[in-house]
Design a protein around this ligand. Structure first.
Ligand SMILES: NC(=O)c1ccc[n+]([C@@H]2O[C@H](COP(=O)([O-])OP(=O)(O)OC[C@H]3O[C@@H](n4cnc5c(N)ncnc54)[C@H](O)[C@@H]3O)[C@@H](O)[C@H]2O)c1
Length: 336
């Protein structure tokens, strides 16, 4: 394997998932970290033995970095990714890729201009149960897609939003449950069921009305080609973090994913797969695919093949979310 020098920008809640994954790869060296919070930088410098910066531009000027991991608030993903690509780095950015389709288009163009690889962190695509579904679809076993049901019911209370000034704001988070929490399961819906033709949706803020600007709940209806349909219900206003649910009805089988995967085929046969990959306890519902995704990203860089969750791929769900937000704002059915 080629060797890579790596940097992480944004040293908050998620960044250690990236650091641990980099450390587990023998040919990767974490050269530098960056955060505007000097204390976080110093803590990581002590713990990880790397260089530390409070300005990512200075870091990219002074260090010879091959790959930048972006773990900052949503409004910084596009400018930081574009800057790093223009400075000759590969970029792996946390979800969401950007806050809207204007940002994702600019990021795709920057990646194309640079010839570097832009990857986006949708780690749940690597869960074994999800891969099983994808394989069955690719093998043509399931027949025509007919209907989907996506449910996310998580708990994000006032203490969660108090963890960062960017959370709960349109300008810096870009939305609420849709663009932050449910984006993973909505991305899986898109990846497995395909792009809908249009959407009708409503959003609300029930639980923290007045305290946050963004929606804590969204529900809606997708029309797909050939008369297929999809429903979704997504909320941060539940009192606990339930495993996400995704039901997919195909001509030849109905698949139910709620942590484990159950498949009922129309011929009467059944298949069940436990998901051993979902760690229990705090944040287990994130899935633990970060390590697998990051390993695959570096393998793609090493072998010069395209990383599968690239800009155009990750921009699809942003296009869908743009349409959902527009439908909620106008009351109209919005074409995607
Ligand atoms: N894939 C997942 O399952 C998953 C889980 C959690 C978070 N995330 C994503 O990771 C990203 C970060 O989330 P988080 O929960 O770690 O947020 P966080 O608020 O805990 O951390 C963000 C960090 O970015 C730093 N930062 C802000 N502006 C900066 C700048 N200009 N330069 C450098 N650093 C800056 C902040 O000081 C903070 O330390 C978000 O995009 C979030 O949606 C993904």
């Amino acid at each position: 394997m080629k060797s890579f020098t790596c940097a992480v920008i944004g040293l908050g809640a998620i960044h250690m998932n990236h650091v641990r994954a980099i450390q587990a790869l023998p040919d990767c060296r974490l050269a530098a970290v960056c955060d505007i919070d000097e204390e976080k930088v110093q803590a990581d410098v002590q713990m990880l033995g790397c260089a530390g910066y409070t300005d990512y531009r200075t870091m990219l000027e002074q260090e010879d970095i091959d790959v930048v991991h972006i773990c900052t608030p949503h409004y910084l993903h596009a400018p930081m990714a574009i800057y790093a690509l223009e400075h000759g780095c590969h970029v792996l950015v946390e979800k969401p890729m950007g806050m809207n389709s204007v940002e994702t288009a600019a990021m795709i163009q920057a990646a194309e201009r640079s010839g570097k690889q832009l990857g986006i962190c949708f780690q749940n695509r690597y869960n074994p149960t999800v891969r099983r579904i994808r394989d069955l679809i690719d093998q043509g076993v399931l027949g025509r897609f007919l209907s989907s049901k996506t449910i996310v019911s998580w708990n994000r209370d006032a203490s969660y939003y108090a963890q960062g000034a960017w959370r709960g704001t349109w300008a810096q988070e870009g939305g609420g449950v849709l663009i932050n929490q449910a984006i993973h399961t909505m991305d899986l819906t898109q990846w497995l069921a395909g792009m809908p033709i249009d959407v009708q949706a409503q959003t609300s803020c029930f639980r923290l009305q007045g305290a946050i600007e963004v929606e804590d709940t969204a529900h809606g209806y997708f029309h797909y080609a050939d008369g297929a349909s999809g429903v979704f219900y997504l909320t941060n206003a539940f009192g606990a973090d339930d495993p996400v649910e995704l039901d997919l009805v195909f001509e030849n089988a109905t698949l139910r994913l709620k942590k484990d995967l159950s498949i009922q085929y129309v011929d009467g046969s059944e298949e069940h797969m436990d998901d051993q990959s979902l760690v229990s306890g705090a944040k287990g519902y994130w899935g633990n695919g970060h390590a697998t995704l990051i390993r695959d990203y570096y393998a793609c860089l090493d072998e010069n093949r395209p990383f599968p969750i690239d800009g155009p791929e990750a921009a699809k769900i942003i296009k869908i979310l743009d349409a959902i937000y527009r439908s909620a704002a106008t009351g109209n059915r919005i074409s995607i």
